[in-house]
Write a protein that binds this ligand. Sequence first.
Ligand code: BMA
Length: 404
Amino acid sequence: MRPNLASCLTATLCAALAACGTHGGIDNVTPSAPPMVDPHATPETRALFVNLYRLAGRQVMFGHQDDLVDGVTWHDEPGRSDVKEVAGSYPAVYGWDVGGIERGASPTLDRTSAGELRRLIVQAFERGGVNTISWHMSNPLTGGSAWDTTRALATLLPGGSHHARYVRWLDRFADFVSSLRAVGPSGDTVLVPVIFRPFHEMSGSWFWWGARHARAEDYRRLWRFTVEYLRDVRGVHNLLWAYSTNALSEFPRNAYWTWYPGDAYVDILGFDDYFTLQGGYDHTLRHPVARMTEYLRWLVRQADARGKIAALTETGYEGIPDPTWWTNKLLAAIEGDSVARKIAYVLVWRNANRATGGRGHFYAPYPGQVSARDFVRFRDDPLIVFEDDLPDLYRLPAGLGSRR
Ligand code: BMA
């Protein structure tokens, strides 16, 4: 509920209200933002957090995984983006995966190199976009892929047989994110802020860190170790930490917190959901749009209560056979509800190159694709923001100094 400012007896009370989940709604008082995982975050990282927090309800950024790496008919062609070729703008959010970086692999899992990823992440930032990184990390015990579900997680904890290997892998990641240097809004060289989303979809059991392959308590401990190692030992200060389960339809609602490492270790709450809008796995779910809205409402309410940002961290309809999916499904689920629309962003998964990455494995349209016209309508909606409509997310709004 919007507070009556006249009834705020003291500035302290106003600040307290602002911190208690009224974010995005107060126009003539600059609300303070809640604490972040990293109190020493770089100014641009802090600005990103504060701006995403403040902009909740006013804009939802559209994101696309690997947007600049692959299109359905091309691979690694400078400047190209299926999203831009259909909608006239790059997405506002760029998803990347650093799978393979732990082994120093080149190419990485998704056919790029660390150097190329760095170049693209810097480019996206310098255009004002937001970068988020997931990590389909190899199984540290076997060297197999992220989908090799041999039990491994407990061995990575301090004292565990593979702890030293995990630390080496984190070192490689730390080196990578610490090398993301770009020209910032003030013209100085700065580190690119990154929304880091490790060990995602842990409520499912397809990755080695998934529910049936690791104890939740160990998962939580590993997450906390990872934060503390990168932040406090390696001095990495350009990360926002995103926690994302798989779809909320798959477990009782309060089980969302089963793997949650605690408010001090998470900045962004999310979930990945590929099926609700399609009517569930067997397409029989009734009222799919209303269901998705309900899940998003729940997520936003949780984020509000904890001083976090909410996001639909992955979604999409593989191959997008529904010509009006963007407006009739995705937008309808987000926009029609004053709570659900407070998610900061929605990211759809990658467009694999048709020749090399699997036919039909794409989640954004390309020119001529059946949902392309509807995607333009989606992009034109005032709530939805692509890169060309982004405000400056990397400067703190006037009056909001660093709380460090
Ligand atoms: C999966 C697929 C794979 C990809 C992996 C990691 O969903 O897109 O082709 O390698 O994600 O990005």
